[in-house]
Design a protein around this ligand. Structure first.
Ligand SMILES: *[C@@H]1O[C@H](CO)[C@@H](O)[C@H](O)[C@H]1NC(C)=O
Ligand SMILES: *[C@@H]1O[C@H](CO)[C@@H](O)[C@H](O)[C@H]1NC(C)=O
Ligand SMILES: *[C@@H]1O[C@H](CO)[C@@H](O)[C@H](O)[C@H]1NC(C)=O
Ligand SMILES: *[C@@H]1O[C@H](CO)[C@@H](O)[C@H](O)[C@H]1NC(C)=O
Length: 255
């Protein structure tokens, strides 16, 4: 009894984070595969993009950031993955710089070094391969299209989007939106998170500990919030590169 009390005091004293790290090699229990809608990302970041599919943002353990700051990113270790990375995990802030690897470096340092606590992802190559594999296995973009959830000037309800995802994967996603700067009574679809357990089985994202909101890219303004079920959702169509007008044309119809 005495030692149990001591242990309990120790827990309180050290804080659960420090102690659990000592006791368990792997702190996290869930992986969040985050997809972003490039149009919305670029609306927030003032970039331009013609990426017309849900691209990969990251594969994030639900606990831990920058778990090993000495494990530096080395792009040459994932040279063979580059064609896939550029296509499905593009750095939307640097679309024309094919040598830019800063986005992936950021994802590796902040999240990959934590994912790497699991043997299945304990190298840079394994981590990025796994993210690409999960992304391709889900085919979220195709799933939404097959349920007629497509970019449109009309609006969707959160329920419609959730149901489409549920009917394909049978789990709860986390759906994030951005508030328009203009204070319109709508929200803009921004990120879709699908969650996996450490064995890469699909799980509900809203399980305990599964809800984190992270800053996006190195300097990302983290404008994403869980979408409000009471407000209609705008899923912005692709703004072609040649229509240069800043954000003027972005919310053209329906307002
Ligand atoms: C951190 O990374 C370095 C460099 O790869 C490695 O030698 C070290 O074992 C890692 N530490 C932990 C705790 O994983
Ligand atoms: C990056 O990895 C390559 C291939 O293994 C290796 O030759 C190179 O020395 C590494 N660079 C750094 C800075 O560690
Ligand atoms: C998926 O939808 C079904 C039917 O509407 C519902 O019963 C179930 O709770 C939903 N599952 C999740 C994980 O949202
Ligand atoms: C990031 O934002 C900070 C603060 O707004 C700014 O000082 C810095 O120059 C930005 N860095 C980049 C790379 O844009």
């Amino acid at each position: 009894m005495g030692s149990l009390l001591f242990f309990a005091l120790l827990l309180v004293g050290c804080g659960p984070g420090a102690l659990s790290y000592q006791l368990f090699k792997q702190e996290w229990s869930m992986l969040i595969l985050t997809h972003h809608w490039p149009q919305t990302f670029c609306y927030m970041e003032h970039c331009e993009t013609d990426v017309d599919y849900w691209s990969l943002h990251g594969l994030w353990p639900n606990k831990g950031f920058t778990c090993n700051s000495t494990w530096h990113f080395n792009a040459s270790l994932i040279e063979d993955l580059m064609p896939l990375m550029r296509k499905w995990w593009p750095d939307l802030l640097n679309p024309t710089d094919s040598a830019a690897t800063g986005f992936w470096k950021h994802e590796w340092m902040k999240h990959g070094t934590c994912a790497a606590q699991a043997e299945t992802m304990n190298s840079e190559h394994k981590y990025f391969s796994k993210a690409l594999e999960l992304y391709s296995r889900l085919n979220l973009d195709g799933t939404l299209k097959s349920h007629n959830i497509v970019p449109s000037e009309t609006y969707y309800s959160l329920d419609e989007i959730e149901r489409a995802i549920n009917s394909s994967y049978h789990v709860k996603p986390k759906i994030q939106c951005v508030q328009p700067a203009t204070g319109e009574q709508m929200q803009i679809l921004g990120q879709l998170e699908i969650c996996f357990d450490s064995e890469f089985n699909l799980v509900d994202c809203h399980r305990s500990g599964g809800s984190i909101s992270l800053p996006s890219q190195p300097n990302g303004s983290t404008g994403y919030r869980v979408c409000d079920p009471a407000i209609k959702i705008y899923y912005p169509p692709i703004k072609k590169r040649h229509t240069k007008h800043h954000m003027g044309g972005f919310f053209k119809a329906g307002l």
